[in-house]
Design a protein around this ligand. Sequence first.
Ligand code: ATP
Ligand code: MG
Length: 334
Amino acid sequence: TPRIFSGIQPSGGLTLGNYLGALKRFAALQGSGSETVYCIVDLHAITVWQDPDVLRQRIREGAAAFMASGVDPRQSILFNQSQVSAHAEMAWLFNTVARVGWMYRMTQFKDKAGKNSENASLGLLAYPALMAADILTYQATAVPVGEDQKQHLELTRDIAAKFNHDYKIEHFPITEPLIEGVATRVMSLRDGSKKMSKSDPSDASRINLTDDADAIAQKIRKARTDADPLPGSIEGLKDRPEARNLVNIFAALADQTPDEVLARFEGQGFGAFKPALAEVAVEALSPITRKMSEFMDDPAEIDRILGDGADRADEVATPILERTKEIMGLLRSR
Ligand code: ATP
Ligand code: MG
């Protein structure tokens, strides 16, 4: 059966962007005929500094968010990256396949390394090789992600193709990105040119999955917008990124098209739109917030689920890793 892989970093509290761009779609892909493998990618998170005690908590919170969003650990393999050693091993193998120049071209590296990129961790530069390892260690053929990860997925394809070419064997699949829907790039509430991110220093820029109804309403009320009334179709929002973002969020949360949302609000301003958006957001997110906190009440159970997931992930990953080593001329470890 075809396999789908995706992951989320425990690099902060999860956001509405993570929910709409990733988590909500992860749950929907279960039972679609593909095996679903979902991962909390802690090895990626530590490419920028993480406080150890906070990180431990966020890994469990990540698992709780997956499950609260509808990922069923019996239907999917749900696990934590560092508990399956094949990821780190495969990443090393890919460090020898990928070229340094490919890594320097990645916009995420440029964004996260900032001006003083000489001082970024080597892991931050190699991040996409580890991501390719996550995906290809399962020979996954499709990867649901947000739009920001498109470039990294192209690099995953490049690594697979170069490996297959260099070793003259069709070993790795050329993975397809699944970037679908109206919320593949949820923007910051404070800046319509920046994506919403869990690691953004401004809490007002994002809606967290742990925010309560008041916090959600307040952040939406304060979200940056313009003063014009809403048009009858999304075409009319071409040059209004903040407005377009809020309409797309509404559409994704309400499972409508942006035009259906605008048909309802045509001619009205944000004074009418924002409270309605807050209501839709609270309605969609509050059950998730509640379930997350229920799961977090039993961290031992989360650890048990992640342990079981790691065992099942390992069963798939290890033979593929061993075969890869063999192709490269390394001796199999078992
Ligand atoms: P960080 O700021 O630490 O990179 P992040 O919010 O970007 O955190 P990631 O863990 O890097 O989250 O990404 C997890 C998944 O969420 C990826 O599939 C990514 O494409 C998706 N995603 C992240 N931000 C958004 C967004 N604003 N809109 C849609 N999808 C998003
Ligand atoms: Mg990110």
